[in-house]
Design a protein around this ligand. Structure first.
Ligand SMILES: [Zn+2]
Length: 173
């Protein structure tokens, strides 16, 4: 009897066990959009939360019994959800439409699940255009979320075409 017979290595299903365990940590399709993104760390952080559906939009807060107010603070005309904020809302849609045009991407803004699929298919590569798209997407998601928070918590309003002078700070404050 050889060692191979003892352990029956040829039929031992290591590969199947590995795949089964690995399934728990399945790679997400949008990983390259955040891991390979040259945008500000805080932009990428918010993009990751949104892609993971971990951002606390009002539709979710209502489900948890935290609020009764589900109105989108940006357009005041719809229930606030991830799909609405990015980019079905007329406020964020106006911004994203301009930025798509600026990148010479000839299409209309879509709701988040479709935007994410589009980005995974068209902007996961290493071309300059794909890299710029990832940065612009992260920045747009960040600034829309920031504007939403300012309206809710500080009652400050900016128009969708207003310039933002905030800079990306890499320092650890
Ligand atoms: Zn809205």
């Amino acid at each position: 009897m050889t060692i191979d017979d003892v352990w029956n290595l040829n039929s031992f299903p290591i590969k199947q066990i590995y795949q089964q365990l690995r399934g728990v940590f399945q790679k997400v399709t949008w990983r390259k959009l955040v891991c390979n993104n040259l945008g500000c760390p805080k932009w990428i952080f918010i993009l990751t939360l949104v892609a993971n559906e971990r951002i606390h939009t009002r539709d979710r807060l209502e489900k948890w019994g935290i609020t009764n107010d589900t109105e989108c603070p940006l357009c005041e005309n719809a229930v606030e959800s991830i799909d609405h904020l990015f980019f079905s809302c007329r406020f964020s849609q106006a911004i994203w439409r301009r930025l798509l045009k600026w990148q010479r991407i000839n299409r209309q803004p879509m709701q988040w699940s479709d935007e994410l699929n589009w980005a995974v298919t068209n902007a996961s590569g290493n071309s300059i255009a794909a890299q710029i798209f990832r940065i612009v997407l992260a920045g747009t998601v960040y600034f829309v979320w920031q504007e939403r928070n300012q309206r809710i918590f500080q009652a400050k309003h900016r128009a969708s075409n207003q310039t933002n002078h905030s800079r990306c700070s890499l320092s650890r404050e």
